[in-house]
Design a protein around this ligand. Structure first.
Ligand code: G3P
Length: 218
C-alpha cells in the first residue's frame, strides 16, 4: 500500500517525507488556496517545490472544465516535473481528456469520484489513479468504505490497471480499513499518518522499560 499526503503545505510534506514512509503527494485547488498560492507562476513554482521534496508522484489538479483547456492546462502541469500526475475531475470533458492524456503517456488522477459507475468509466478511459472520496460520502450518510470495497472488487474482476487511491480520509480507521479492502493508495492529512503511531500500551511499555533500565543502572 502506498501512502500519499493530501496537502500543499511544504512543512508537512517534508515532515512526512522525513518519516521515510511517503510515496507521493496529492493537492487540490482548495489545498493550494489554503496555502495562499495563486497565479500561474506561483502555482507552478509551488508544485516544483513539492516535487523537489518527495521521491514519488505529485498530483496537480486542472482548473479547466472543457476538453481543450483541460488538455492545455494538463500539458503545462506535466511539463513542470516528471513526478507530476495531472488530476482531472470526473466530468464528461474530464473523461475525454483522461483518454487523451493516456494515449500521450501523461499520467492522470481522476478526482471527485463518488460511485462505482464513475470508477468504471475512469478505468475505461485509462486513468492512472482513481480518487474516491470516502469522508465526503460518510458526511452525507453513504458508506465511503463500501465504495472502496466495491471498486477494488470490480477492478480485480477485469484486471483494470487504474490504481484505487482512497481520498478524503479523515482518521486512522479509514486508512486501516482501506488497507483491509485492498486500496492501492491512501492519501491523507499528516495527522492521520502520524496517528498510526499512537498506542497507550506502547507509551506505557516504553516508560516502564526506561524506568527499569534507569533503576538497574543507577
Ligand atoms: O484531495 C481530495 C480529498 O482528499 C479531499 O478531502 O477532507 O476535503 O474531503 P476532504
Amino acid at each position: 500500500m502506498k501512502f500519499f499526503i493530501d496537502t500543499a503545505n511544504l512543512t508537512e510534506i517534508k515532515e512526512a517525507y522525513d518519516l521515510g514512509v511517503l510515496d507521493g503527494v496529492t493537492t487540490n485547488p482548495s489545498l493550494m488556496a489554503k496555502e495562499g498560492i495563486s497565479g500561474d507562476e506561483k502555482v507552478k513554482n509551488h508544485y516544483k517545490a513539492i516535487c523537489d521534496i518527495v521521491d514519488g508522484n505529485v498530483s496537480a489538479e486542472v482548473i479547466a472544465t472543457d476538453f481543450d483547456e483541460i488538455v492545455r492546462e494538463g500539458k503545462e502541469l506535466a511539463k513542470i516535473d516528471d513526478k507530476i500526475v495531472v488530476k482531472v475531475p470526473m466530468i464528461k470533458e474530464g473523461i475525454k481528456a483522461i483518454k487523451y492524456f493516456s494515449s500521450e503517456g501523461i499520467r492522470t488522477n481522476c478526482t471527485l469520484v463518488f460511485s462505482a459507475g464513475q470508477a468504471i468509466l475512469a478505468a475505461k478511459a485509462g486513468a492512472s489513479y482513481l480518487s474516491p472520496f470516502i469522508g465526503r460520502l460518510d458526511d452525507i450518510s453513504f458508506d465511503g468504505l463500501d465504495l472502496i470495497g466495491q471498486i477494488v472488487h470490480i477492478y480485480q474482476n477485469y484486471g483494470f490497471e487504474t490504481e484505487v487511491l482512497a481520498a478524503s480520509i479523515r482518521h486512522t480507521m479509514h486508512l486501516v480499513k482501506c488497507a483491509e479492502l485492498g486500496a492501492d493508495v491512501v492519501t491523507c492529512p499528516l495527522k492521520v499518518i502520524t496517528g498510526l503511531l499512537n498506542h497507550p500500551l506502547t507509551d506505557k511499555g516504553l516508560a516502564q522499560f526506561l524506568a527499569d533500565h534507569a533503576k538497574a543502572n543507577s
